[in-house]
Design a protein around this ligand. Sequence first.
Ligand SMILES: Nc1ncnc2c1ncn2[C@@H]1O[C@H](COP(=O)(O)OP(=O)(O)OP(=O)(O)O)[C@@H](O)[C@H]1O
Ligand SMILES: [Mg+2]
Length: 421
Amino acid sequence: MTENSEDKIRLLIVDDHPPTRENIRKLVQFEQDIEVVGTARSGEEALEIARETQPDVVLMDINMPGMDGISATEALLEDVPFAQIIILSVQNETDYMRRAMLAGARDFISKPPSGDELISTIRTVSERAKETRKKLSKPVPQHELPGKMQGYGIPSRPEGKILTVYSAKGGVGCTTIATNLAIGLNSEETPVVLVDASLQFGDVSAFLNLQVKNSLADLASRVNELEEEIVQEVLMKHETGLSVLAAPARPEMADEVQADQVRKILQYLRRNFAYVIVDTSSTIDDITLAVLDVTDVLLAVATPEIPAIKDARLLFDLLTALDFPTSRLMFVLNRTDRRIGITAKMVSDNLKHPVHGDIPIDERAMLLSVNKGVPLLLTDKTSPIAKAMLDLLSEVKEHLLAAEDTELEDAEQDRARIFNR
Ligand SMILES: Nc1ncnc2c1ncn2[C@@H]1O[C@H](COP(=O)(O)OP(=O)(O)OP(=O)(O)O)[C@@H](O)[C@H]1O
Ligand SMILES: [Mg+2]
């Protein structure tokens, strides 16, 4: 049977013993439909090679120094979801089998494998790999995504977007905007997690009438072992289905959280949600900088008052110094009041920056909303303030697309420049 190299079963062999690797290689070397795309000596190496070679089938030893075959199976499937793992083991203990199955292994072969058994098992499981590979290469229709924590980690699917709401001046409406954006964007197709990174005095949970049990601090302390079960335990669920990662219940607990931990948490969440919305405090500290580092679109909020506008200008200067792309910056004016006379146009002219959101003042609606812990978008969607929030939501979606286009164009221009040199 001759095969195109495209149609061949791509096999990765993982075993710490060189003779075992060699033996398996020899057993399959005359099979025209099987191609050994790599061999790895450890779990860690297997992950690296699998990422590069995208194997259909992985023969995985269990006992290896460092990362064992079970952990490697689990991690590898995160990166290469269509891969089918066959565990090679001298152990017949049911406990090992059970753990390997839970980790996602497809089959078992005891060591040393016989040629026939090995080849027929590889062929059988490879069918499934090819099927899944085909499905994944098409864009996944949104309605096919499973509920709750969805597998955004699949490479062909885009990562979720991180939207950060920030103001250099406190009290201008960041939490109001972040909660309404989160409620407005959250749906079964596009699940949202709202993260309160205003660690000391965050009030997202109060705005949503949620009782804080676990918080971001609980994830920070376990940042190197983040997995669905742990994260689900810490996230709170709002009655709308929105997921919320609250700020610590007491301000002193915020001191324990480090910037790098926040970055890792956000990166984890963006693989599992369509949108990660981050509410921040007004300080520019390590935590805020870490958040900015992974932000896709920043909503800078100000009110039409001289001090807030002055602070917005300082923020723009800082963002320029930090090389934050302008295409990723949105400027939102909150509490605009026609009676006061400072219009969005005036602010925009003054700052030489477009205003992407203009949210009118409505003391009464906001007072009711905050006191009841019910966001505006869950009550009267026809009020001018709720309509302005909905407009902002559409603007954010458009901005995300436009920012991607701009960056793609820039990258293409860079490439053209390099090749024309
Ligand atoms: N458009 C609006 N009209 C009227 N009141 C508003 C509006 N937006 C926000 N508020 C009110 O202003 C106050 C501050 O809003 P919010 O808590 O959202 O600001 P913040 O920037 O998150 O503040 P902090 O710096 O304390 O985190 C709240 O009482 C809120 O109800
Ligand atoms: Mg706030």
